[in-house]
Design a protein around this ligand. Structure first.
Ligand SMILES: NC(=O)C1=CN([C@@H]2O[C@H](COP(=O)(O)OP(=O)(O)OC[C@H]3O[C@@H](n4cnc5c(N)ncnc54)[C@H](O)[C@@H]3O)[C@@H](O)[C@H]2O)C=CC1
Ligand SMILES: O=C(O)[C@@H]1CCC=N1
Length: 276
């Protein structure tokens, strides 16, 4: 928990899905609404965030950056360049720049900001909004250990936070950044299957959600290998081995691997496309 009066002032630039997630993480981690502001180019969305969280949302990127100890960039990768142009001459000496944008390398930021600006990349995910997220952070060339500690403090209420080298961030994006979508895809498919088998949609969805939630919790709490946990469900000659044989026959495992590779490749593409 952060002491309100000493909390660094944070400007979140971009109030979309991830900007709101980070905002709620900050407020959940002890920041008061007076120590956080959000810039958001869509006026309706800016007003929505202001009324929901009681934070200031009307300033320009440059104005917000000028009073911030931490500038947290949460716009789409194709907009990051223009946001950096907005803020580069307004950043306070020593201000930390943190970005959640997929793909864009630290060198993209460092080459566009004053020499020596500390930059940290974060790859969070949406379950952060309920404190069940998984985030990886990677440091830039001018960051001190204290900067990583500060980012960890900002992310404290979001769930798991791990430090990685930047070279691993495309893979992290493919597994935990995009990963919630794979889990929701599975939940949706299980619920749909339940409806096909005659359950009501409401019941099928509740069973699917509880099953995925419970399985993830069991894997986390037991520490057992997923294969061991799967074997424990699989009675000899029973229903589960019949089901898993179909998953294999339909290439579900290969599909997950291909999906992650595609996400990794897309992360690289985004970085290359907007770095030029
Ligand atoms: N959604 C997710 O699960 C994750 C997203 N990210 C990253 O977070 C970033 C934002 O993604 P989302 O929140 O999903 O997108 P989003 O489209 O929901 O949010 C972006 C927001 O930025 C606003 N915006 C656009 N131009 C602006 C400007 N010049 N100044 C201020 N605000 C501006 C938009 O109106 C929008 O509300 C991306 O770079 C993405 O790679 C990273 C991890 C997970
Ligand atoms: O889809 C995206 O590009 C972002 C990055 C990871 C999750 N969402």
């Amino acid at each position: 928990m952060t002491d309100d009066t000493t909390a660094p002032y944070v400007a979140v630039l971009g109030g979309g899905v991830m900007g709101e997630t980070l905002l709620s993480a900050l407020l959940g981690g002890g920041w008061t609404p007076e120590r956080v502001e959000v810039t958001e180019s869509a006026a309706v969305r800016a007003n929505e965030l202001a009324s929901r969280y009681g934070v200031r949302t009307g300033a320009s990127n440059a104005e917000a950056a000028a009073r911030a100890d931490v500038v947290l960039i949460a716009v789409k990768p194709n907009v990051v360049g223009s946001v950096l142009a907005d803020v580069r001459d307004r950043l306070r000496t020593g201000a930390l720049v943190v970005s959640v944008a997929a793909g864009l390398p630290l060198s993209f930021y460092e080459s566009r900001l004053a020499a020596g600006t500390p930059v940290v990349r974060v790859m969070p995910n949406t379950p952060a909004v309920i404190g069940k997220g998984a985030s990886a952070i990677a440091r830039g060339t001018a960051t001190e250990p204290g900067h990583l500690v500060l980012v960890e403090r900002i992310l404290d209420s979001t769930g798991l936070v791990v430090r990685v080298d930047e070279k691993d961030l495309d893979a992290v994006t493919a597994i935990s950044g995009s990963g919630p979508a794979y889990a929701f895809y599975l939940i949706d498919a299980m619920a749909e299957a339940g409806v096909l088998l005659g359950l009501s949609r409401d019941l099928a969805t509740r069973l699917a959600v509880a099953t995925v939630e419970g399985s993830a919790a069991l894997a986390a709490e037991s520490g057992d290998h997923p294969v061991v946990l799967r074997e424990r469900v699989s009675s000899p000659g029973g229903t589960t081995v019949a089901a898993v044989r179909e998953l294999d026959a339909h290439g579900v495992r290969a599909g997950v691997v291909a999906a992650a590779q595609a996400a990794r490749d897309r992360s690289r593409e985004l970085g290359a496309a907007y770095s030029s």
